[in-house]
Ligand binder design. Structure first.
Ligand code: SF4
Ligand code: SF4
Length: 354
C-alpha cells in the first residue's frame, strides 16, 4: 500500500510518501504564489525520491492552509488533526503539542490514539511564527538557519514587549543602533516569544509529554527557551516540519486495506466567501450517534439520521446552503461558548477548517 500526505502551508509545502507504513520519500519546499503548481511539484519530488510515480499512490490526503486546492488529493483533513496524528506516530505518550508554523501557532491536546481533544490557535499576531522570525533574521542580517544558535550565545538578553511584530522590529532596530549584541537581541525576542507560547499552551492543558512541531522546532534557541518556560523537554521528531504531512499520510493509510481503497465515509460541507474557503467535515464512520453536537450547536446545524440501523449526525438540509451565515466558524464560536460541536465530539467525527 502506497499513500501520500501533502501539507500546503502558508510559507512551505511538505509531502511525505509512505509504503507499507514506512516513510519512503519526503520533501519540503517554499509554497510560492501558485498553490496548485507547488502541490504537484512537491508530490512529484517526494515520489521521485522514493522511485515512484503519481499513479502508484493508492490514496492521498491533503492538509494545511491550501489543502482544498490540491487537485490529486482524495480528501483533506485539518492540520490540527494531522499534527496530532503525526506526533502520536512517533511519540504515543505526547498529550500536549505546540505547532509553530509559518503564519500561526497552535496549542493542541491529544489522546493516546493521537485524536485531538482540545486546541487553540493564535493567528492574530505574528509573534512566534516563521514569518516573524524571517523578519527578525532580516533585521539582524543573519541567516534564518543561524538565529537559533545566535540566541544561545547571549550573555545579557534584552527585554522585548512583543505585543506586535511591528513594535518588536522597531525595538530590535533601536537596540542595534545602540550597539547591543545581536545575540542579546535574539535571546530577548526568544524570551518574549516563549512567554507568549506558554500563555497559549495554558489555554489548553499542559500535560506530559510535550512535543513541538513546525519549522521553528528546528531553532535550537527557541527550543531551549520553550524547554525552560514549559518545564518539560520537548519531543522532537527527525523533521518536525514534516509532521503534518506524515499525519496526513497516516490518515490516508486508514482509508486503505491492502491495496484496496475504502470509499470515504467523510463528507465536506463547504462554502467560500471573501475571507477564505471554509469547510465542516463530518466523518460518519467515526460518529456513534451520541447527539452531543446536536445539543451543543447554538444554531441548530445538526440532526441525527438513521440509516441501515446506524445513527449518525448530519448537517440539516435546510442549513447546507447557509452555513456561512449560521455557523460563525469554530474560532468565533469558541470565544462565545465554552463548548463547540468539535470539542464535544469525543469520536473526532467533526472538524472545521477555515
Ligand atoms: S462551530 Fe459552533 S455554530 Fe458552527 S457548527 Fe459548530 S457548534 Fe455550530
Ligand atoms: S458529537 Fe460526534 S459522535 Fe456524537 S453525534 Fe455528533 S458527530 Fe456523532
Amino acid at each position: 500500500m502506497i499513500v501520500a500526505g501533502i501539507d500546503i502551508g502558508s510559507r512551505s509545502a511538505k509531502a511525505a510518501i509512505m509504503k507499507d507504513g514506512e516513510i519512503v520519500g519526503s520533501v519540503i519546499r517554499d509554497t510560492g504564489a501558485e498553490s496548485i503548481k507547488t502541490a504537484y511539484q512537491a508530490i512529484e519530488t517526494a515520489l521521485h525520491n522514493a522511485n515512484l510515480e503519481l499513479d502508484d499512490l493508492n490514496y492521498t490526503i491533503a492538509t494545511g492552509y491550501g489543502r482544498v486546492l490540491v487537485p490529486f488529493a482524495n480528501d483533506n483533513v485539518s492540520e490540527i488533526s494531522c499534527h496530532a496524528r503525526g506526533v502520536n506516530w512517533y511519540f504515543p505518550s505526547v498529550r500536549t503539542i505546540l505547532d509553530m508554523g509559518g503564519q500561526d501557532c497552535k496549542a493542541i491536546n491529544c489522546d493516546d490514539k493521537g485524536a485531538v481533544t482540545n486546541f487553540i490557535m493564535n493567528d492574530k499576531c505574528a509573534g512566534g511564527t516563521g514569518r516573524f522570525l524571517e523578519m527578525i533574521a532580516d533585521v539582524l542580517n543573519t541567516p534564518l538557519t543561524e538565529i537559533g544558535d545566535l540566541a544561545l550565545a547571549s550573555k545579557s538578553a534584552r527585554p522585548f514587549n512583543i505585543v506586535c511584530a511591528v513594535f518588536a522590529k522597531s525595538d530590535a532596530l533601536h537596540y542595534l543602533r545602540q550597539g547591543v549584541q545581536k545575540s542579546d537581541i535574539m535571546a530577548g525576542l526568544n524570551e518574549a516569544i516563549g512567554t507568549r507560547c506558554l500563555s497559549l499552551l495554558k489555554r489548553v492543558t499542559i500535560e506530559k509529554d510535550f512535543a513541538i512541531t513546525g519549522g521553528i522546532a528546528k531553532n535550537k534557541g527557541m527550543v531551549a527557551k520553550l524547554t525552560e518556560k514549559v518545564g518539560m523537554t520537548p519531543m522532537l521528531s527527525p523533521d518536525p516540519q514534516l509532521i503534518g504531512a506524515i499525519g496526513a499520510a497516516l490518515f490516508a493509510m486508514d482509508r486503505c486495506q491492502g491495496n484496496k481503497v475504502i470509499s470515504s465515509p467523510k463528507v465536506n460541507y463547504g462554502y467560500s466567501d471573501g475571507t477564505g474557503v471554509y469547510y465542516i467535515t463530518m466523518d460518519s464512520a467515526k460518529c456513534n450517534g451520541c447527539n452531543a453536537c446536536v445539543e451543543t450547536c447554538p444554531n441548530g446545524l445538526f440532526s441525527l439520521s438513521y440509516e441501515d440501523g446506524k445513527k449518525s449526525a448530519v448537517i440539516k438540509k435546510e442549513m447546507l446552503k447557509k452555513i456561512s451565515q449560521v455557523c460563525p466558524g469554530i474560532s468565533v464560536c469558541r470565544n462565545q461558548r465554552e463548548n463547540t460541536c468539535e470539542s464535544v465530539c469525543k469520536s473526532n467525527a467533526i472538524s472545521h477548517s477555515w
